[in-house]
Design a protein around this ligand. Sequence first.
Ligand code: FAD
Length: 570
Amino acid sequence: MGKNNLRFAFNVEFSLGSVLKLNVKWWGWGDLSRSYDLEGRKMFLKFLEDKLQCSGDVVQQPARVDSMKFPPMKADAAFVNSLNGIFGGENVRVDDMDRFLHSFGKGYLDLIRAWRGTPQLLPDVVLYPTNESQIAQLFDESANWDFVVVPYGGATTVVGGVSTRISDGQVAVCLDFRFMNKILSIDEKSLLADVQPGCLGPEVERALSSVGLTLGHFPQSFEFSSVGGWVATRGAGYESTRYGKIEDLVESVRLVTPQGTIETPHVPASAAGPDIRQILVGSEGAVGLITSVSLKLRKAPASKSYRGVIFRDFEDGVEAVRTMIQKDIVPNVIRLSNPSETEVSIALSRRNGGSYVEKVGAWFLKKRGYLGTDGALMILGFEGSPERVRFERRLALASCKPFGGFSLGEGPGRMWYKQRFELPYLRDELMKMGVLVDTLETATSWSRLSTLHLQIMAAFREAFEELRVSGFAMAHMSHVYRTGASLYFTFMAQQLIGHEEEEWHLIKNKVTDVIVTSGASLSHHHGIGLEHVKWMRQYWGPLGIRVLKSIKHELDPKGIMNPGKLLPPG
Ligand SMILES: Cc1cc2nc3c(=O)[nH]c(=O)nc-3n(C[C@H](O)[C@H](O)[C@H](O)COP(=O)(O)OP(=O)(O)OC[C@H]3O[C@@H](n4cnc5c(N)ncnc54)[C@H](O)[C@@H]3O)c2cc1C
């Protein structure tokens, strides 16, 4: 195990004599050395006080790992020995810390359990495969031993995708792909790259940019999530409006299943019956392990331009976007915040009350009716050749005008672009202040979008009232299609200490019921994991679930792959 390759890490609070380096927070987001700086952000702190009765003081910290008690490892020594024979002893870990760190992702429930020192089940063994044949050999072992397999990429799942679920007597094996992180080939003529699943976003883009190419898949979790995870969950990056979601960027996928290996043809299009590739993309580790992916590339853009546009209200912005996209004007990024998110974005952007220029700008916009309580901020991003960027920007801004869209120039766009991967660090600070903070998302058609937005915002309010907590929800529309768009919600509430899980479930259930009942996507890009399973039957219908289960049964007849995820029991 090469020391320098190790990205995931232990917190500084304990020393294990482990080979793992200390550079990533287990209890929060990203690099241990990075945090969201709230210094001087008085408007935001005031907002927290007004909306959440939150003092802004640190009231809690994550539990110390060295004081946690973990369930004992249950794997038989003979089983571990056979794994050592396949993977090499250093890539087979049974120590408590490796097991603990592989027992959760980054969803609120996962994190709060980890913070409280009450993680749910731990895997018994953590494996670090270095090649595909080891995985096939692992499946051969299932004839001799009763174990389940949990695939683990960057562990940024927010739906419980990497949590351990086992029946009595079973052993859980977590397969961490971090050492299968090679770019296998780049075909510059066809614009394709074959990559291993453990490559993280920056590893992919670094290799591609060295030959003037890009994948163009930039989820907010880009720096810490992996190709395998993206493909397994049907993820979306902020440029999906232009480039598509990951399922649009996969030419072919290779999967090792308990029943053998399947690799879909490397072809740009096919009429050979239904598309098996699209069944494997989004399979969330429930049928097999993705061992390589052929990704569709593009030329890296020569020029980028990001802009802010303000609307008098969200509805005007929605109509502007719909009209623009239906005229086939397709910016790389369209992100329209609702009034509450606009308020928070402005509060976060101001330090010490804002500069003189910002104050004058705000005064001017208010006078023109833009920054009342209903203002909606839009970020538009354009990438490509300078001529194309100029041309598309002109068309897009012109189509905002009839709806009252007022261009704020490049300032807000630049700021958004610069900070696009920083906001997740804010959650860590909020959790320290005793704030429940999480996100959820969906997608629906244009004719239902505005109603759904209002219904979901109302469901959040009802949930906060029922819980008798101060709470706040905000949303943006992004990932835009000719027929509709995704809605992405962030919610915050006073944390009910001691009842954090019940509190989260009440909010999540109320809002997700509204989403599914309205016929919108159960998830647009986070996937199903554990947290959305209970709505799957309602979403796909009984026959749909039988179809999915028959695929699972064919590839994983003993049900050893990622139990509890994706498919409802029974
Ligand atoms: C702050 C934050 C921001 C986020 N922003 C976005 C966003 O903008 N867009 C978006 O789409 N998502 C986003 N997510 C969710 C998450 O990052 C995505 O779901 C991502 O695709 C998961 O990748 P990962 O490598 O971390 O996978 P993991 O979390 O490790 O795994 C996700 C699922 O895939 C399975 N899996 C992983 N690797 C394999 C493999 N090789 N073979 C088979 N199954 C496998 C796992 O078992 C699990 O079920 C965000 C999450 C956070 C915490």
